[in-house]
Design a protein around this ligand. Structure first.
Ligand code: NDP
Length: 446
């Protein structure tokens, strides 16, 4: 890998990159098929990503005509890597087996390892014969929407494609590695004012929050809307709060410590609820919800902003969903993309229909949405929420921290980048935006 790194640091030409020899194998964080039953009988909370995530040497697959090989400088931990590493709610090897049935190129993915990771920043090393917009040497970030653009269903909104997948979760050859193989239609320009690790943490969570709140495909937040954001300093929430503020709305951020309340205030989110201090008990036992506790949350929101929220930004799922439906204003929207605490949800439908509320589902983002969200990062209007950085060798520990909710914002992972702080091409623009804003989570987490 040293010649590749040397070429990157020397700013080699596209032609020089195109002629660099590619190694036959590379380092990648994998889960192993023969370990997929390793946590059987272990409670979810005790399943430890550090036991399942390994740094292995894997073979570089043959490149399809519509793909690119990327030198991955940095990646990030997303919750989907936590799911892969604890084999919940299903083992991801089932996705790879099904993909393997899709012919020659699909078969490459059906291996006894799964190279995981759904974010990356890096440099294009090779492009397939059908790639037109990108060339070796281009500095890129990668979004994780993996679609076959020859399928009619992938047009209009590609998230509705029959064969839509998440790269590095439902496909092999993901981003937590020294190299990765991606479709050309996953590539986007790297923000010139950010480091490799700051660039690497955004695409998945930032694009998801963009679609959930801004896009016509989900909640379509309006100026003046009040938005309840669960996990407001987490991966999704840290971007959601910025979108609400940018869009002229009022965020009400829910977090779980005074420290996170402090971070929210620094971000400009004045209305914050510490759910640990409030000690809500939405479920009085495993089967019964307590409406008086939903009411208490609603009262707390009104106490902060004087009104109910127009949108609830939902992802915790079972623990919070009943309360989310209850506290949304008449005609309000509950936009959901996940169910971290359990996916069998329960809510009182009377509060939904009598008050004409709607539940809107959302999942990642199509290419246009991911591009728009990345463009806002490039313009310095949305800041990265990088809070900590781990070397590739310690990915297991990084995923453990996310699983146990010990982190804030996003955890970055250095892959080929030898140290933090590299990759800034436009220091003047960085200075204009302000180091304080760009590194707010990093300094808070340090
Ligand atoms: P993070 O862990 O970074 O943040 C989630 C935050 O939610 C936590 O920091 C925590 O904040 C809060 N939270 C966790 N459990 C509860 C609970 N029981 N009640 C209330 N709040 C809770 O994860 P992400 O934001 O990256 O992802 C969140 C979920 O969204 C995951 O399940 C992930 O898989 C999913 N996801 C789905 C996507 C999609 O495209 N469909 C894309 C990205 C993520 P605090 O403790 O401060 O309250």
């Amino acid at each position: 890998m040293q010649p590749i790194l040397d070429a990157i640091s020397a700013g080699a030409s596209s032609d020089e990159f195109a002629h660099l020899p590619l190694p036959d194998t590379y380092r990648a964080i994998v889960v192993r098929k023969d370990e997929q039953a390793m946590f059987e009988g272990v409670p979810s909370v005790d399943k430890d990503p550090r036991q399942a995530l390994h740094l292995d040497e894997i073979a570089l697959p043959e490149l399809a005509p519509d793909e690119a090989v990327i030198a991955v400088m940095a990646s990030s931990i997303n919750f989907n890597t936590v799911w892969s590493s604890i084999f919940e709610p299903v083992s991801t090897f089932g996705f790879l087996t099904r993909m393997g049935r899709e012919g020659y190129w699909g078969q490459r993915h059906d291996q006894d390892f799964h190279s995981v990771g759904s974010d990356a920043s890096g440099v294009v090393l090779r492009v397939g014969s059908a790639v037109r917009k990108w060339k070796p040497g281009d500095k890129v970030v990668v979004h994780c929407n993996y679609v076959d653009d020859q399928d009619h269903s992938s047009h209009n909104d590609s998230m509705l494609a029959d064969n839509q997948r998440i790269w590095g979760f439902e496909t092999n050859y993901g981003g937590l590695a020294d190299l990765s193989v991606v479709k050309a239609n996953q590539l986007m320009p790297k923000p010139a004012h950010l480091t490799w690790e700051e660039s690497a943490v955004n695409a998945l969570c930032n694009s998801t929050s963009y679609r959930m709140l801004v896009s016509k495909n989900a909640a379509q937040m309006q100026q003046g809307d009040a938005v309840l954001v669960w996990g407001a300093t987490g991966g999704l929430g840290g971007y959601a709060v910025q979108y609400v503020l940018n869009g002229g709305g009022t965020p009400v951020g829910v977090v779980s410590s005074p420290d996170k309340v402090e971070l929210l205030k620094q971000l400009g989110c004045e209305a914050a609820i510490d759910r640990q201090a409030a000690a809500y008990r939405f479920w009085s036992d495993e089967h019964t919800q307590d409406e008086s506790e939903w009411r208490r949350l609603g009262k707390d929101i009104r106490g902060l902003i004087g009104r109910d929220v127009d949108i609830v930004f939902e992802h915790p799922g079972r623990q919070t969903f009943g309360a989310s439906v209850y506290v949304a204003a008449r005609g309000g929207k509950i936009v959901t993309c996940a169910a971290t605490s359990g996916f069998m949800l329960e809510f009182d439908n009377r509060h939904l229909w009598m008050k004409l509320k709607s539940i809107i589902s959302s999942h990642f983002a199509n290419y246009a949405e991911a591009w728009a969200a990345n463009d806002l990062i490039c313009q310095g209007r949305i800041q990265p929420i990088l809070s900590a950085v781990f070397p590739l060798e310690e990915t297991g520990e990084a995923a453990f921290q996310v699983h146990r909710n010990l982190h804030e914002g996003k955890i970055g992972v250095l892959c080929l980048a030898p140290e933090e702080g590299l990759g800034i091409d436009d220091p003047d623009f960085r200075a204009e935006i302000g180091e304080d804003r760009i590194t707010a989570f990093r300094r808070h987490g340090a």
